[in-house]
Design a protein around this ligand. Structure first.
Ligand SMILES: [Zn+2]
Length: 196
């Protein structure tokens, strides 16, 4: 069990970006002492603005209604990818497959953005998956083709659509980044991309 002194030393040796990553994504895994020391170190460096709420969010258990409320607020934000305002924001899982012969790598990212940005992200992933699929003939091509269809279904964002289960799961598991997004509305552009 690290002492407070050990924790202080560890965090003081980390780069700002590492501290931000821990604050947004990994606080649930920290002990109370580690969380406190993380807050102290970020506060000392002037990094706590917006991140303090992200840390607290991960230490809170959200009810299904509270998750829905977070999504409702996210959907009214400017697009985190292009900054456009007044569009419904969607959350979609986008898959990219790369492979050569029998070796395949599946990469899954969750994208939050306007209809147009989600569509672009899906089509970009499909172009990559199809190109690599050809090298992985025949299995890569089959897997790649399945991925392309999944992505096409995922990026078909209806303006009036209810939120998806994937969006709810993402929000529940990433309350840190969602809270940061809601806190920092003025700089949402590319924030999710940077942190994901
Ligand atoms: Zn957009």
């Amino acid at each position: 069990m690290p002492t407070i002194h050990d924790l202080r030393q560890t965090y003081s040796n980390m780069a700002d970006e590492e501290l931000r990553q821990i604050a947004v994504f990994e606080t649930t895994e920290l002990s109370d002492d580690a969380t406190q020391v993380l807050r102290e170190e970020m506060g000392r460096r002037g990094l706590l603005d917006g991140f303090n709420a992200a840390i607290s969010a991960q230490r809170h258990t959200y009810t299904p209604d509270q998750v829905k409320e977070l999504i409702r607020r996210v959907r009214q934000l400017p697009c985190p990818m292009c900054g456009i305002r007044g569009q419904t924001i969607h959350g979609r899982r986008i898959i990219t497959r790369r492979g050569f012969l029998w070796l395949h790598r599946k990469q899954e990212v969750f994208r939050i953005g306007c209809k147009s940005c989600i569509r672009k992200a899906g089509l970009r992933a499909n172009t990559i998956s199809m190109a690599w699929g050809l090298f992985g003939f025949p299995f890569g091509l089959i897997l790649g083709f399945g991925t392309v269809l999944d992505n096409l279904r995922a990026v078909d964002c209806k303006e009036t659509a209810q939120t998806t289960k994937a969006f709810e799961d993402y929000v529940r598991q990433n309350t840190g980044v969602i809270t940061l997004l809601l806190q920092s509305e003025h700089k949402t552009q590319s924030l999710v991309n940077e942190l994901n």
